[in-house]
Design a protein around this ligand. Structure first.
Ligand code: NFE
Length: 473
């Protein structure tokens, strides 16, 4: 049979606009994916928006990169601002940042499993927006499906609770304005801490009593997905949730592993490069460190197929996200696959919810969370942290007290990146290779692999400037 070419366009149940092209062929008697390209179809352009502005605006503006991880961007920008201003948060500032950021993570993880991934395995209720659905094999009995459908609905309420919880000190969510250079705008009061704890306790109960068992049950029903969707197996984490005010220790420490495990190695930020051979950007050099990054669109461009650049670490493609955080921190010892990603994410949700309850006990009440600071005339800095989907970096250069250069590398840019100068596929592209596909006209197996890495193309790509840059067809 000839190779079948299929486009999943758009990939639904993600954030933003992603197209996946696959080639399907029969190898050793099994019809499977033999080639894959991931295509980000919008230009983000926040680097252009930020140029020439007051650096203190970076937290507010980069928060608008995405509605799912805005808190991560605000926090990452605040880290870069702290560094350029030569300040560190006090204990109230550090803990408020952690608690509101934690609300974002928990919301995102519940969203990912119940709303974005579960419909790849079970039919929804026989009504809009679940109909028409995918052609799914019926592996779950009726009562189990009904239970999972009811958990889907409960998860929506839990997501709302996460937002309400974060907004207690974030002021509003999404797009909290509370992350500032030197700390956080809110002053925590006792009644607010009680309200936060009540909401967090309900969310934690749902994670432990519903989310974790549901993921375990699903992974037991689809055991073959422990050997589907591996990819290169290189995993990286920048570290997040500071446990001291100088940021020397974290709940999830930074590190990277290769080929699915082995020794945890330290992350050297100098070893990050972004390649653009297959991306719609122009430059006189094939790769750059983000502190020296350029974001100049060129569309069309021979051979290029996406608006995502290709970040590489020591010239290798790295997946990031909850599985990377859990493996690097010894909290998950399984492999790298579709189901390992789901299990690690649920495990992380429980660890984080427990840590947040402890941080509430430590939180100073009625105390300013701001350490005064000022933007210098010139300076360079970076914020490196984790968003729900993985390693997030902001690189800032200040000149004349304004932003001279700003570069963002999001988790999805790492995981959904295209090929690089060395012709290596991006992590998701590689993870798709070998995925068995029973019906190439409805490649649900590939969709399960794609959803397991939780792509967010809003974070990866964003806006179009009419008249100067054209969206690809
Ligand atoms: Ni738009 Fe994001 C997260 C960031 S993914 S969701 O998590 O940064 O690229």
């Amino acid at each position: 049979m000839p190779t079948i070419t299929a486009s999943i366009d758009p990939v639904t149940r993600i954030e933003g606009h992603l197209k996946i092209d696959i080639e399907v062929d029969t190898v050793n008697g099994i019809q499977q994916v033999v080639e894959a390209r991931s295509i980000g179809t919008l230009f983000r352009g926040f680097e252009k928006i930020l140029g020439g502005r007051d650096p203190r605006d970076a937290a507010l503006i980069t928060s608008r990169i995405c509605g799912v991880c805005p808190t991560s961007h605000a926090f990452c920008a605040a880290l870069a601002l702290d560094q350029v201003c030569g300040v560190q948060p006090n204990t109230a500032g550090r803990l408020l940042r952690n608690l509101v950021h934690g609300a974002c993570f928990l919301e995102s993880h519940l969203l990912h499993f119940y709303l974005l991934s579960l419909p790849d395995y079970i039919d929804g209720p026989g009504m809009a927006p679940w109909m028409p659905g995918l052609k799914l094999e019926k592996r779950l009995d009726g009562p189990t499906v009904a239970t999972l459908q009811s958990h889907y609905i409960e998860a929506i309420a839990m997501r709302r609770l996460c937002h309400e919880m974060g907004a207690i000190w974030g002021g509003k969510l999404p797009h909290t304005p509370a992350y500032i250079a030197g700390g956080f705008t809110a002053v925590a009061e006792a009644a607010q801490a009680t309200e936060f704890r009540n909401k967090l306790t309900a969310i934690r109960d749902f994670i432990v009593g519903t989310y974790l068992p549901d993921v375990e049950r699903l992974s037991g029903l689809y055991p073959e997905y422990f050997s589907i969707g591996r990819g290169h197996g290189h995993l990286m984490c920048f570290g997040v949730y500071e446990l001291d005010n100088a940021g020397q220790t974290r709940l999830f420490e930074p590190g990277h592993v290769r080929d699915g495990g082995g020794a945890v190695l330290p992350v050297d930020p100098a070893a990050i490069q972004e390649h653009i051979d297959y991306s719609w950007y122009t430059d006189n050099t094939p790769s750059r460190h983000p502190a020296d990054g350029k974001t100049e669109g060129q569309y069309p461009k021979d051979g290029a197929y996406t608006w995502l650049k290709a970040p590489r670490y020591q010239d290798l493609p790295y997946e990031c996200g909850p599985l990377a955080r859990m493996k690097v921190n010894g909290e998950y010892t399984g492999g790298v696959s579709v189901m390992d990603r789901h299990l690690a994410r649920a495990r992380e949700a429980q660890i984080l919810a427990d840590a947040m309850l402890a941080w509430l006990d430590e939180l100073p009440l009625d105390a300013s969370a701001y350490t005064p600071c000022a933007v210098p005339e010139t300076g360079q800095s970076s914020g490196m942290t984790e968003a729900p989907r993985g390693a997030l970096g902001h690189w800032l250069s200040v000149s004349g007290r304004t932003i001279e250069r700003y570069q963002v590398i999001t988790p999805t840019c790492w995981t959904v990146s295209p090929r690089d100068t060395l012709q290596q596929r991006g992590p998701l592209e590689e993870a798709l290779i070998g995925t068995p596909v029973a019906d190439a006209s409805s490649p649900v197996e590939a969709l399960r692999v794609i959803h397991s890495v939780d792509p967010c193309l809003d974070c990866a790509t964003h806006v179009v400037e009419p008249g100067t840059l054209t969206q690809p067809a």
